[in-house]
Write a protein that binds this ligand. Structure first.
Ligand SMILES: Cc1cc2nc3c(=O)[nH]c(=O)nc-3n(C[C@H](O)[C@H](O)[C@H](O)COP(=O)(O)OP(=O)(O)OC[C@H]3O[C@@H](n4cnc5c(N)ncnc54)[C@H](O)[C@@H]3O)c2cc1C
Length: 395
């Protein structure tokens, strides 16, 4: 007989909430155990490629989120030192026609609230706030105890508890996170006061030695999200500590005036040290598995970490539905499919990071000149086609 207890989900972030909604659509009960009051989303932007919006649409999340999003018309690439525009990659109608789903940008808090609202209204979903998963027992079902003492029982457990995952420590205690030496600084600016190219309806991507800068509108175009990534900084946990304006600007002193001008507008900065995870021998152990950043954190150079978590959620729900009563078999099949996809995104993100950060002297300088020339020569549509494997329905 099928176990009637819910699938427990540790972590009510982007991946955990999407999993609960996707399971609900298959009439599978779940209980989301979240350490916060579901209100912990820090102020920053997020890009949602068609591979993510294709899943969020049918789950009813886009209906709520869409009015708060922005649909950029293109990515414009610039050389950060010279300020020269290098290339345009079309998004907007072109991407939506090609992939059958829109490319959007959003404020993370708006995405998280749309997911929370959809989960709260979904059948088969129980949201449990202020529950910090502390220990796990696997025997005749799963028992998860919280830091405060109370425990809950379920038929299976999905660890969607982010990069510092507690569930991962249980599945792969030997796995370790290491600081990459890079930091992402993030700020939110009122868009009204800015001029071109920052006021354009685009994603701007500025490349420079050991640094790059990304900006795009969020909140239906009211604010500009700015991310400055530098190969500097300290190893610190958490993604929302404050950073001195001078610390950020010091990394851009040799950049063109236009880009430096944007940094001067930023009222404040939050910093996030970037970590990578050693390869896991496996993501699952019997009826317990990992999802999203808990399983495969990726560097943000391809803007795909959240999209991967959303894809994981949809695939996991498909496999749990297909193998009812056998979560272990479902999780094995899920990991087989998702491991390949996540690894390709991880490797591509690393490669892009190296290309973004090419130097300005010696061999690095020559590589930068070659990169800029190649970007200029490649047609706009050809560049977008290069992402078909990612934005198409390849999960
Ligand atoms: C600078 C930067 C920019 C990025 N931009 C993009 C982008 O544009 N597009 C994109 O797709 N991705 C982007 N990402 C990546 C993306 O933010 C993450 O990959 C995504 O948030 C992962 O989702 P998740 O659900 O796995 O984890 P999280 O969203 O981190 O959620 C984990 C949840 O688990 C909870 N939790 C943790 N421990 C416990 C516990 N013990 N018990 C209970 N609950 C717990 C937390 O409170 C949290 O709610 C970016 C990342 C960075 C650093």
């Amino acid at each position: 007989m099928t176990d009637q207890r819910p699938v427990l989900i540790a972590g009510g972030g982007i991946g955990g909430l999407t999993t609960a909604i996707a399971l609900g659509r298959k009439d599978i009960d779940s209980q989301v155990l979240e350490r916060s009051a579901f209100d912990n989303e820090a102020g920053a932007g997020i890009q949602l490629g068609p591979n993510a919006t294709r899943i969020l649409g049918p789950l009813g999340v886009l209906d709520v989120l869409m009015p708060k999003t922005f649909r950029p018309e293109a990515v414009w690439l610039f050389d950060g030192l010279s300020g020269k525009k290098l290339a345009t990659v079309p998004l907007g109608d072109t991407a939506e026609r090609r992939y059958g789903a829109p490319y959007l940008t959003a404020h993370r808090a708006d995405l998280h609230e749309a997911l929370r609202a959809a989960a709260a209204n979904a059948r088969h979903v129980t949201l449990t706030p202020n529950f910090t998963v502390a220990s796990i027992e696997d025997g005749g079902g799963i028992t998860v105890a919280s830091l405060d003492g109370p425990s809950v029982q379920g038929s299976a457990l999905v660890g969607a508890d982010g990069i510092w995952s507690t569930v991962r420590k249980w599945i792969a205690p030997e796995a370790s996170l290491s600081f990459t030496g890079a930091t992402a600084f993030r700020s939110l600016l009122p868009l009204g006061s800015l001029t071109s190219p920052f006021s354009e309806p685009i994603v701007g991507l500025w490349l420079g030695p050991r640094t790059h800068l990304v900006h795009y509108p969020v909140r239906s175009g009211e604010a500009l999200n700015v991310v400055a990534v530098t190969e500097t900084g300290r190893k610190e946990e958490g993604w929302n500590r404050s950073a001195e304006t001078e610390t950020v600007r010091a990394n851009f002193t040799r950049w063109c005036e236009t880009a430096q001008g944007l940094l001067e507008f930023a009222p404040s900065w939050r910093a996030w040290s970037l970590f990578s995870l050693s390869a896991l021998p496996q993501w699952h152990r019997g009826p317990i598995t990992l999802l999203g950043d808990a399983a495969h954190p990726v560097l943000p150079y391809l803007a795909q970490g959240a999209a991967l978590a959303i894809e994981d959620a949809a695939t996991l729900a498909d496999h749990l539905d297909a193998a009812r009563g056998s979560p272990g078999a479902a999780f094995q099949a899920y990991e087989r499919v998702r491991g390949v996809r996540a690894d390709r995104v991880r490797r591509t993100s690393q490669r892009l990071g190296r290309a973004y950060h090419m130097g300005d002297a010696g061999l690095g300088g020559m590589a930068r000149i070659a990169r800029n020339a190649i970007l200029g020569l490649r047609g706009a549509d050809a560049t977008l086609r290069g992402f078909d494997w990612l934005y198409g329905d390849g999960r």
